[in-house]
Design a protein around this ligand. Structure first.
Ligand SMILES: Cc1ncc(COP(=O)(O)O)c(C=O)c1O
Length: 414
């Protein structure tokens, strides 16, 4: 087979193939996938798409020199986030292309800021709870930084005592999630913040999942532990717009308590023929469409719009939780604050339940420990709730009664 053919094909033929190629993809619109897609409904999705397409060609790399419009939109998106997260006067931030990039940049910033104070040969270890996202491991691997995982406490929460014990003279950074991906619980950030202040280390809050929705979930009267700059030890926060901010991918934000901290994020290089190259991001070229779309969605929804969506999303989550709790032996892992949840029955192999669920057309999220199924719920999961719950109940019963030869499938995130 030749991949790159001599003759081009008509647009109709190519588009036809493009559209039909997804025939075997997971039916995300039908709520069949446990992750990867977030939705606040078709209206918001289409509006984001329209704004994205308006700035489809511009490049956010050139925002300062060529596209003041893109620079303004990014500044305003960052401004909204700084307000939302109670940043003190002088707080700073920027957009990135995703949670992983936001986390890599926060780790790099912490490393460079700490080395400026402690010397260039300071190693700069990271201490983080077992539930923290692998993006921190990626950052540590890229920058050759020591990294130490700490077991979780009761309720699958970060353990402040174990965290404090793991900090030594080499430590520069501790981490908490708001919430963590596996269990959806918000770590005790206030206690981690106290430790950070007392021990003189940087606390990063990974609010990639919750950042842009948790404040609105709190606004509608649900209990949400504090996790932002109101806590003195929080030096940086990552928060993804393309998850529960319901903006088109790729879009995230990273915030710092002050511009002085953010200054260590910038990468500057001048010793080549084309002169000064300075960026706040890992990538160079960045889609201005994602900046424009985020700006437009945030402006269009306003705080009120996000409160309405938070009410709907939490309604979907409540319906799933209620149905799951009614299944004999089913445990919800921890007390999830938002809409990502994990659950399982300890008397059976949940890996087998996952296999049976995939045979029924679901793409099950799974956890390795404790063996559980996982869901990251938003509005497109609403209509699928009844069918999903029925299938989970039936698959659990089949495994429990030994009525299946299904082999256990393993947990895969990507
Ligand atoms: C808690 C948390 N942090 C970071 C990330 C990484 O985000 P991204 O996939 O946008 O790089 C994720 C992704 O789900 C996450 O759940």
């Amino acid at each position: 087979m030749t991949y790159f053919e001599e003759a081009g094909r008509s647009r109709e033929e190519v588009m036809g193939e493009l559209v039909h190629m997804r025939d075997n993809d997971i039916d995300w619109r039908g709520g069949r996938t446990s992750a990867y897609v977030f939705s606040a409904g078709e209206e918001i999705r289409n509006f984001g798409k329209e704004a994205y397409n308006e700035y489809f060609t511009e490049n956010a790399l050139g925002a300062r020199r060529a596209f003041p419009s893109v620079q303004r939109m990014e500044r305003e998106v960052v401004g909204m986030g700084l307000e939302l997260f109670h940043a003190p006067e002088g707080g700073a931030g920027n957009m990135t292309t995703g949670g992983t990039e936001s986390i890599i940049m926060a780790v790099k910033t912490c490393r460079d800021w700490t080395r400026r104070r402690k010397g260039a040969d300071f190693r700069g270890a990271i201490v983080l709870p077992d539930s923290a996202h692998p993006a921190f491991e990626k950052a540590a691997a890229l920058m050759d930084l020591p990294i130490r995982r700490v077991p979780l406490a009761e309720g699958f929460l970060a353990d402040p005592v174990a965290t404090a014990e793991a900090i030594d003279d080499d430590t520069m950074l501790i981490v908490g999630s708001a919430p963590c991906f596996p269990f959806g619980v918000i770590d005790p950030i206030a206690r981690l913040s106290d430790i950070a202040v007392k021990r003189g280390v940087w606390l990063h809050v990974d609010a990639c999942v919750g950042g842009w929705i948790a404040p609105f979930v709190a606004d509608i009267g649900r209990p949400v532990p504090r996790f932002d700059f109101a806590l003195e030890g929080v030096k940086s926060i990552s928060a993804d717009l393309h998850k529960f901010g319901f903006c088109p991918k790729p879009a995230s934000t990273v915030f710092y308590r002050s511009g002085e901290l953010q200054a260590s994020q910038e990468f500057v290089f001048d010793a080549w023929p084309s002169g000064r190259f300075a960026t706040q991001t890992l990538v160079g070229t960045r889609p201005a469409g994602a900046v424009a779309a985020a700006w437009a969605v945030l402006r269009h929804l306003g705080r009120d719009g996000y409160r309405k969506i938070a009410t709907q999303v939490m309604g979907v989550r409540d319906a799933y939780l209620e149905g799951l709790r009614a299944i004999p032996g089913m445990q919800i892992r921890g007390e999830p604050t938002l809409a990502n949840i994990a659950f399982g029955c300890d008397d059976i192999d949940m890996g087998k339940v996952a296999t049976l669920m995939s045979e029924r057309g679901w793409l099950p999220g799974q956890l390795k420990a404790p063996r559980s199924l996982h869901l990251m719920l938003s509005l497109h999961h609403g209509p699928a709730c009844e069918a999903y719950l029925r299938d989970v109940a039936e698959c659990v019963a089949l495994v429990r009664n030994g009525q299946t030869k299904a082999k256990a499938s393993g947990a895969n995130y990507s």
